[in-house]
Design a protein around this ligand. Structure first.
Ligand SMILES: [Zn+2]
Length: 251
């Protein structure tokens, strides 16, 4: 979850964990049946990665996810990363949205370079567990995390509400990081902010993913006051007033 960075490193985790976790492989049938009813597209992508289930299940347990729904949610979260990477597009409800995390498509700002600009409220759980350990990752990677949480969190909230605290905190934490990225771009790199707001693919995926993240938290009963929206709302307004371009190579 928040520890993982790109899908590439996840493959290594999966390979290493595969044999170790085989013994406690079974994911509760009730949970997978509930997933099939709740979201056919999530269930389809879950089944498509069947050979990974045992390893990801072990990974979820080691991350402290023990309830059947939060464990399945964690497995699906990781599968969303894997499937997005494989298609080089963000998996969103069974469709794929460019540009995924290709660095050239995103502003030249990394976790390492944005870190000094983050406010104290943005330096929480996710900052300690992710940002400092993935210095070269960028806004596209943050969107990748929000997308994965945004898909599975409502499922876990609906079926196992008592075990959602960690995932809620992580999603809020990643939305705070987006706030930090957007504020830094707006105030320190206005040309890059302008390009992000104008580039059709990047802004489209980012806005969709952020709004889905907000919706996921609201579905879990999180009050609006606890959801970071200030910079992202400004960005969305600006993007909607800006004529879009398709130039992915442009910086
Ligand atoms: Zn993740």
């Amino acid at each position: 979850m928040i520890e993982n960075a790109p899908a590439r490193s996840l493959h290594a985790i999966v390979a290493g964990a595969f044999l170790l976790s085989f013994a406690n492989a079974a994911i509760a049938e009730d949970a997978t049946e509930a997933l099939a009813l709740w979201s056919p597209s999530l269930h389809r992508v879950y089944l498509a990665y069947q050979p990974y289930h045992a390893a990801l299940e072990g990974y979820a347990r080691r991350q402290g996810f023990h309830g059947p729904f939060e464990r399945l949610g964690t497995v699906v979260h990781e599968i969303i990363h894997l499937d997005s990477f494989r298609h080089q597009g963000f998996f969103i409800n069974g469709s794929y949205y460019e540009p995924y995390i290709k660095a050239r498509a995103w502003p030249e700002l990394t976790n390492e370079s944005v870190a000094p600009h983050l406010l104290s409220r943005e330096r929480g759980l996710v900052f300690d567990s992710y940002i400092r350990h993935a210095p070269k990752n960028h806004l596209g990677n943050i969107a990748d995390e929000i997308n994965a949480y945004g898909h599975v969190l409502p499922f876990v909230c609906q079926h196992e509400p008592a075990s959602t605290g960690k995932q809620v905190r992580s999603l809020i934490g990643f939305l705070y990081i987006v706030e930090g990225y957007l504020r830094t771009l707006r105030t320190v790199m206005p040309d890059k902010y302008q390009k992000l707001a104008a580039r059709r693919e990047t802004r489209g995926a980012l806005i969709l993913i952020i709004e889905r993240g907000w919706a996921a938290l609201r579905e879990c009963g999180i009050p609006d006051a606890a959801i970071p929206t200030y910079e992202a709302s400004q960005f969305i307004t600006k993007a909607r007033l800006t004529v879009p371009t398709r130039d992915l190579q442009e910086r």
